[in-house]
Design a protein around this ligand. Structure first.
Ligand code: PMV
Length: 324
């Protein structure tokens, strides 16, 4: 039987201005734009093969995935099949080069790699905007793992134009993300459910109303390579998102005691003149952003904090790509 196959690679990204809450949850249309940077040292590699199987199957790091995880992947495969005019089931094999359960979300890199590999395997030659939009339907933040370097996901007016674009290439600014891993456990509430809870916090409306201001400051800080401005805005944005999470009903508390220890150490270091800033996604790990020239020192400092199990360092990464 004829098979059609392609392999793609994509990196996770760390959000500087966070996506939290949808105006349309099935289409993953966000209530605010967001800005992130891709992480070069971490990646997902995914091979999609259409044909030769009876039904869609998924393996992640060698383990079969069924249920909701498979359904989410099948939904993206279905869109690709529809567009390419094919009806073949697909085998999806995905590997992450970062430890599973280290609290580093693989949905952004996973759905970006899937969107690219599946569309390529099906013979579609999608442009970057169309790929970003397809990845977005799997996981909102995956839209930002398609373009390269520093990326802005524009909220857009609808499904068509809610896509991510690169605002600067990786070589524009040599920053690093030092991920202080404090919790290896799976989080209780995933981000899809979290987005749905966001409107139950009375603080969400204020967070969203102020988003254009934060986006503007962050965009400018990146373009001007202004670390002080970047540090202040990303910490405020992360704190605002966590304030919304903590005041949602039911409340979402992602932090662990070590999360606060790392945040305090970062603030202290900055007062002492070190260029460090923290940002935290829907988990307990702390992403410490700094110039690459300070990454080794930051890694050393962070790994001495009680409760920090590992520190993964990554420079700014490129976009999703097809592997030969
Ligand atoms: O793409 P999702 O649905 O996993 O949501 C990601 C949410 C955050 O990581 C908390 C923020 C962001 O913008 O990446």
């Amino acid at each position: 039987m004829k098979t059609m196959s392609a392999t793609a690679q994509a990196s996770p990204n760390i959000a500087f201005i966070k996506y939290w809450g949808n105006r349309h949850s099935a289409l993953r249309l966000p209530v605010n734009g967001s800005i992130s940077m891709n992480l070069a040292n971490l990646h997902t590699r995914t091979t999609v093969t259409f044909g030769g199987v009876e039904q869609d199957s998924l393996h992640i790091n060698g383990l079969p995935v069924s249920g909701k995880g498979l359904q989410r992947v099948s939904a993206i495969l279905g869109l690709v099949r529809q567009r390419a005019g094919i009806s073949l089931a697909a085998e999806v094999v995905s590997e992450n080069n970062f430890p599973t359960g280290a609290g580093i979300a693989s949905s952004a890199s996973g759905f970006a790699a899937l969107a690219l590999a599946a569309s390529q395997a099906a013979g579609l030659n999608l442009e970057q905007a169309a790929l970003s939009r397809l990845a977005r339907l799997g996981s909102g933040s995956a839209s930002r793992s398609i373009p390269s370097g520093f990326v802005e996901w524009q909220m857009g007016s609808g499904d068509e134009d809610s896509v991510a674009v690169s605002i600067a290439p990786p070589e524009h600014w040599a920053l690093a993300d030092c991920v202080a891993v404090v919790a290896a456990a799976e989080k209780d509430t995933g981000s899809s459910e979290g987005h749905d809870l966001a409107p139950s916090s009375p603080l969400q409306a204020a967070r969203v109303a102020d988003a254009p201001r934060r986006l503007e400051i962050c965009r400018r800080a990146i373009l001007e390579r202004d670390f002080t401005a970047l540090a202040e805005i990303i910490e405020q944005d992360s704190d605002l998102m966590h304030a919304v999470m903590m005041t949602s009903r039911p409340a979402l508390f992602y932090w662990q005691p070590a999360t606060l220890s790392v945040m305090a150490a970062v603030r202290r270091s900055r007062r002492e003149g070190q260029p460090l800033a923290y940002t935290i996604d829907a988990g307990a790990n702390v992403h410490v952003i700094c110039p690459q020239s300070h990454a080794a020192q930051a890694q050393q400092m962070l790994s001495q904090i009680p409760g920090v199990q590992a520190v993964l360092v990554s420079p700014v990464g490129g976009g999703a790509l097809i592997l030969p």
